[in-house]
Design a protein around this ligand. Structure first.
Ligand code: HSE
Length: 325
């Protein structure tokens, strides 16, 4: 039987609230939120029974806190908190794709250096357990390609533009109001957010750390009404597609709006849904789909990481893991 664990939560925004709501629905779990660190303690919010502070050290230096859950926007602050928590022997869950994606060589070092665990399922694909699938089930298989829709906001915007003839600005505003888009939505529409996510998947799939410089990202802002009309006439849709492919020693990484045919597994993935296909040499193509953004779906991925930590799980990462400059 697990000892009851105390959680220190950083951030109480879209994902933080989703995690809190999901955790409340599973009272049998031997873990409770002990303290929440936010920028503004005076804001009215749900979770009035929780203890809020604006002092990170109240969580990081508290020996009674076993697990840090980092769900903030600021990638630099997130990196500092996650590193300190791991150094202090606390297990950590993060949903910060920018921080993890940009710091994969350090993350790789942290995985081997610290006994405490760092998990980040919610950083990729919202509620879809794709990091776990690649790190676990597909770990010993040779992966040749990963292709998918990895940004819910871009897919939501393009879907509204194509299905309902919305303007880009209206669709973006709606994606922001629904809690799908980042505080800085340029990251979503430019393909940068999807690039971070692909880097994380590629790290687990190939055991290698690629840099953002390897990416060729194209914004969905360039998709015009004319492009949409032409796609419709051909019976196709325009989707924000992220691909990393290995051909011999060559790796190509792209994130761009692509014309997708009805027989493509990404064709029917609409609105904020994401889908990821992983091609393997042994067991062929695996495709996972589900809600790729939003409070409860992303919060559910954080909760799944919590359960894994309670069960003593940590990532394996391919043994041949090496850093590529
Ligand atoms: N802004 C992100 C998206 C949230 O739209 O996919 C989930 O990572």
């Amino acid at each position: 039987m697990n000892k009851h664990k105390k959680i220190g939560l950083f951030g109480f925004g879209t994902v933080g609230k989703g995690f809190y709501e999901n955790l409340k629905k599973q009272p049998h779990l031997p873990a409770t939120i002990e303290k929440v660190c936010v920028k503004r303690v005076d804001l009215p919010r749900i979770g009035h029974e929780l203890y809020f502070t604006d002092n990170p050290d109240e969580l990081l230096l508290d020996p009674d806190i076993d697990i840090i859950v980092e769900l903030i926007d600021d990638a630099d602050a997130a990196k500092k908190y996650v590193h300190t928590a791991l150094r202090n022997g606390k297990n950590v869950i993060s949903a910060n794709k920018k921080m993890i994606g940009e710091s994969l060589s350090e993350v790789d070092f942290w995985h081997s250096e610290f006994e405490s665990t760092l998990l980040y399922e919610a950083a990729v694909g919202g509620g879809i357990p794709i990091v776990h699938a690649i790190d676990g089930f597909l770990r010993d298989q040779e992966v040749t390609k990963i292709r998918g829709i990895l940004n819910g906001s871009s897919n939501y915007i393009l879907t509204q533009m194509q299905q309902n003839n919305w303007d880009f600005e209206k669709a973006l505003l709606d994606a922001q109001n629904k809690g799908f888009a980042e505080r800085n939505p340029t990251l979503d529409v430019s393909g940068v957010d999807a690039s971070y996510k692909l880097l994380i998947l590629a790290y687990h799939a190939f055991g290698e750390v690629f840099s953002m410089n390897s990416f060729n990202a194209e914004s969905i802002e360039n998709v015009s009404k004319e492009n949409i009309k032409k796609a419709r006439l051909k019976g196709k849709k325009i989707k924000p597609v992220a691909t990393i492919e290995r051909l011999g020693s060559e790796i190509t990484c792209t994130v761009k709006p692509e014309l997708v045919s009805p027989n493509d597994e990404l064709y029917s993935i609409d609105f904020e849904n994401n889908a990821i296909s992983v091609d393997t040499l042994i067991s062929g193509k695996h495709t996972a789909a589900g809600k790729g953004a939003g409070s409860l779906p992303t919060g559910s991925a954080v909760l799944e990481d919590l359960k894994r930590i309670l069960n003593g799980f940590s990532y394996q990462v391919k043994k041949e893991s090496k850093i590529l400059i």
